[in-house]
Design a protein around this ligand. Structure first.
Ligand code: NAD
Ligand code: UFG
Length: 341
């Protein structure tokens, strides 16, 4: 089976390519390298012993996508390619809506023409906004988002729903990820954002590596056990495996459009995450308490029953695997400053 993976050299995409190749799928990747490096292609080969078919190009460009479909008989698409920085999206809404919507629309148009109608979409827990209840299940209200990035995910879900209504021969799985962290146990692929990270784990790793002086903990006055924000951190390899399960699901039966949470069901506070990182990696992560970050919510974790029932998927890796693998990747690829001092 031939799977087109858009954004396949990025953080979650690269781990998913590994899982797909290890499950015997042929993988075609289209990525414009706007937030990834070409070397990742070689790391995927080192890990799996297999090649991906790589096309460097923009998913918003219809000719490029046409070329891919004319070259490879694509059976299903997993669409990761998007801009994803919440804060940046507030300052660059046009770029975010353009990239995150045009990519999906272009794919749908070309897929429809080539009669390829199986679509797995990278959605996010951000579509739930500030949830009225936790754990959050898939029936919870969607749409009260606080930034253009989140809104683009809600719009994508709506577009795919409408595509299905217009043509019920489509099958669409909307995977709503909670907070992916960690890296492949080889230490070869992981999350390596450009510049100062927005997300907590790459920030912690830079502080531990003495590239940044201290972690800024955004608020300790939330209604949580230690006052800091609680999230459902999920190991990226577990998340990647969820995509293989989504393909199995679509191959096994008619799906229609189905939204499924991918999380562990466990919430950890910022301070619990920092403590696990320090203890498991034997390294200090100095921090200061700052005011709350605008747009943040207190608590967010997933109800995982649907993923278990429908996909036969549960997250297997725990917080210790996550913090150890994050640090292993950081040490392997970024160079460890503290060892040189
Ligand atoms: P990433 O930035 O590491 O990967 C995205 C990849 O897509 C990059 O390799 C980038 O070069 C590529 N890309 C972007 N726009 C493109 C375009 N127009 N054409 C071709 N390639 C393009 O991000 P990630 O963390 O791997 O996230 C993947 C998906 O998962 C995104 O859709 C993101 O919104 C979603 N998601 C991520 C998180 C998270 O915390 N990482 C949480 C929820 C949802
Ligand atoms: N945090 C800090 N300091 C930092 C960064 C984060 O204290 O420097 C805290 C936040 O306040 C929050 C927690 O760490 O309590 C996690 O923050 P992240 O920025 O890592 O993640 P978010 O939960 O804000 O959002 C992430 C992705 C979104 C995605 C969402 C899904 O950035 O794209 O998870 O739950 F939609």
């Amino acid at each position: 089976m031939n799977i087109l993976v858009t954004g396949g050299l990025g953080y979650i995409g690269s781990h998913t390519c590994v899982e797909l190749l290890e499950h015997g799928y042929n993988v075609i990747v289209i990525d414009n390298l706007s937030n990834s490096k070409i070397e990742v292609k070689d790391y995927i080969k080192t890990i799996t012993g297999k090649d991906i078919n790589f096309v460097e190009g923009d998913v918003c460009n219809k000719q490029t996508v046409e070329h891919v479909f004319a070259t490879y008989p694509v059976d299903a698409v997993i669409h990761f390619a998007a801009y994803k920085a919440v804060g940046e999206s507030v300052h660059k809404p046009i770029a975010y809506y353009q990239n995150n919507l045009m990519s999906t629309l272009t794919l749908c148009e070309v897929m429809s023409k080539h009669n390829c109608k199986k679509f797995v979409f990278s959605s996010s827990a951000t579509v739930y906004g500030d949830p009225k209840q936790v754990p959050i299940d898939e029936t919870c209200e969607v749409g009260a988002t606080t930034n253009p990035y989140g809104t683009s995910k809600v719009m994508n879900e709506q577009i795919l729903q409408d595509v299905y209504i217009s043509d019920p021969t489509w099958d669409v799985v909307l995977l709503r990820y909670f907070n992916p962290i960690g890296a492949h146990h080889s230490g070869l692929i992981g999350e390596s954002p450009v510049g100062i990270p927005n997300n907590i784990m790459p920030y912690i790793a830079m502080v531990a590596n003495k590239e940044l002086p201290e972690l800024h903990v955004f608020g300790n006055d939330y209604d949580t056990p230690d006052g800091t924000g609680v999230r459902d951190y999920i190991h990226v390899v577990d998340l990647a495996k969820g995509h293989v399960k989504a393909l199995d699901y679509m191959t096994r039966q008619k799906v229609g459009v189905d939204a499924i949470n991918l999380g562990t069901g466990n919430g950890y506070s910022v301070l619990e995450l920092v403590q696990a990182f320090e203890k498991d990696n034997h390294i200090a992560v100095p921090y200061v308490i700052d005011p709350r970050r605008e747009g943040d919510i207190a608590v967010c974790y997933a109800a995982t029953d649907k993923a278990k029932d429908v996909l036969n998927w549960v997250a297997k890796k725990d917080i210790h695997d996550m913090v150890k693998d994050s640090w292993k990747f950081k040490m392997g690829l970024q160079g460890v400053v503290h060892e040189e001092n």
